[in-house]
Ligand binder design. Structure first.
Ligand code: GLU
Length: 500
């Protein structure tokens, strides 16, 4: 299926909630296709459902796209020749085309009240029939009846006059579509009584006037396509190319990724919103890569690839239409990879907001702190997420450490033996140069002379200096802390050991 027009794809979120993982994947595939083909990626805000509108949703959508590096060529903020890009600002266009459909007899005003529609549903329920929807009551009103209702000021909606029989089929680049029975589309509403269009109507009109060539979206919209196709036909417009993307499943493949699931309900569970990944310390590079392998593969040999590589190779027809699941551990692994490949100065910059939040200290103060450039390279290897850093290196940024004094007693030694070893180490530390080479051999020799294991001595020192049994490498930690603080912390630990 080749389309001679330049590629124009769109992401059309409704501002009803935070930007979801699945929406991000849809945005990414659209963006990749636009960048691969040299086409345009459009962001259109489908804000016609006033009841579900959430005020900070738009900002969250845009922040999430920015964070992922998915820039849009046309849309909010940047504008563009096909605007406005908010559906709420395009009402006149929808009304104009609704009027044309009315005039052509392809749509009609429906005056049925909510009470009548509810009674209808109730009747269908009572007869134990499947709810088939609207009975098309107003489709056959006479001109006189219509005029009377209009004169009486009765509220109305505009409905589409779907073909009463037959089937509608369409092509999808990713899957074989079985024809849909037209009778199941019970004259859907195009314009609501508040004057706002429904999703279906506004979506079709905008895709046409924004000259969208390819529609890539979640497969939950598949069953709406026959209606859209009939609308395109009624309006006499060209039908875009469709590609409905597979569902993202929860790991284990047991169900749909819920929009409501809470963080941390299971180790492997994916988080729901892009903001949650950002707050948990995932890098946008890793997130981009992870989203890209949700239904697409760069190659059989590797899951790791750059943005440029993905752009060069991406094509819609290579998307796997089967619903899939990836565990969070896969993203953690990827994130570790991307963290390790950062220059330490870059990693430090990215860690600052996380450290500032956990340590309760201003970013500027932390950026100027001499310990940070020493510590960051020491933890770079072991970080899976940015938010893990604070608990590893907080010892260097607090005045006093809180820890259980029992931790100072090395396994296999008594408190007195631990105290003696620590005192000797402190005395030696007062004389040693604070560099890796300066500390390494003398401290190891000291352990030998004392008849304790290196691991025992280093363990005592680690707790004295960091308050933890698991911390960054010992000498680096001491160097980061500096001689004065290191000695003071040893003295304090000696006091604690004496009190045991
Ligand atoms: N506004 C719809 C949504 O929020 C857009 C669906 C589509 O891409 O057509 O998912």
């Amino acid at each position: 299926m080749t389309d001679p027009r330049p590629v124009r794809v769109r992401m059309a979120p409704s501002p009803t909630g935070y930007f979801h993982l699945g929406s991000a994947r849809t945005a990414l595939f659209n963006w990749l296709y636009a960048r691969h083909t040299g086409g345009k990626f459009i962001l259109r805000i489908e804000d016609t459902d006033r009841t579900r509108y959430m005020p900070d949703s738009l900002q969250d959508i845009m922040d999430s796209l920015h964070w992922l590096g998915l820039d849009w060529d046309e849309g909010p903020v940047v504008g563009g020749p096909y605007g406005p890009y908010f559906q709420s600002e395009r009402l006149a266009l929808y009304h104009e085309w609704a009027e044309r459909l009315l005039a052509a007899g392809l749509a009609y005003r429906c005056y049925c009240t909510e009470a009548r529609l509810e009674a209808l549903r109730e009747e269908q329920r009572a007869r134990k029939e499947p709810i088939i929807g609207y009975d098309r009551h107003c489709r056959t009103l006479t001109a006189v009846q219509r005029a009377e209702l209009a004169a009486a000021g009765a509220a109305s909606v505009i409905r589409f006059a779907m073909p009463l029989e037959g089937e509608t089929c369409f092509t999808d680049l990713l899957r074989k579509i079985k024809p849909f029975d037209n009778n199941q589309y019970r004259d859907p509403i195009l314009v609501k009584s508040d004057g706002f269009p429904t999703y279906h109507f506004a979506n079709v009109i905008d895709d046409h006037f924004m000259e969208i060539t390819h529609i890539l979206r979640g497969d939950e919209w598949l069953s709406s396509v026959p209606l859209h196709v009939n609308l395109y036909n009624a309006l006499g417009w060209e039908i875009p190319v469709f590609a409905h993307l597979p569902l993202i499943l929860d790991p284990g493949g047991v169900g749909k990724l819920s929009k409501r699931k809470k963080k941390g309900e299971g180790d492997e569970d994916l988080l729901t919103y892009i903001r949650e990944y950002r707050e948990a310390g995932y890098l946008p590079e890793a997130m981009f890569n992870f989203l890209a392998i949700m239904g697409w593969a760069y190659s059989a040999d590797t899951d790791l690839f750059s943005r440029a590589q993905a752009i060069a190779r991406f094509d819609i027809v290579d998307i796997n239409p089967a619903a899939g699941a990836l565990p969070l551990s896969k993203l953690q692994w990827m994130n570790g990879h991307y963290i390790r490949s950062l220059a330490p100065a870059d990693l430090m910059e990215r860690l600052l907001p996380f450290l500032a939040k956990t340590l309760g200290q201003p970013v500027e103060a932390l950026r100027a702190h001499p310990a940070l450039p020493v510590l960051v390279p020491l933890i770079q290897e072991r970080l899976k997420t940015l938010d893990e850093a604070a608990s590893l290196i907080d010892f260097a940024f607090v005045e006093a450490l809180e820890y259980d004094p029992q931790m100072l007693v090395a396994k296999g030694l008594t408190p007195a033996q631990s105290l003696a070893a620590l005192t000797a180490a402190r005395t030696l530390l007062a004389t040693l140069p604070f560099t890796e080479e300066g500390l390494d051999a003398p401290l190891r020799n000291l352990a030998d002379q004392f008849g304790v294991k290196v691991g025992q001595l280093f363990g005592i020192l680690r707790v004295a200096i960091t308050g933890k049994q698991v911390a960054p490498p010992l000498f680096g930690s001491m160097i980061a802390l500096g001689r004065e603080k290191t000695l003071a912390r040893c003295l304090r630990a000696e006091e604690l050991l004496r009190s045991l």
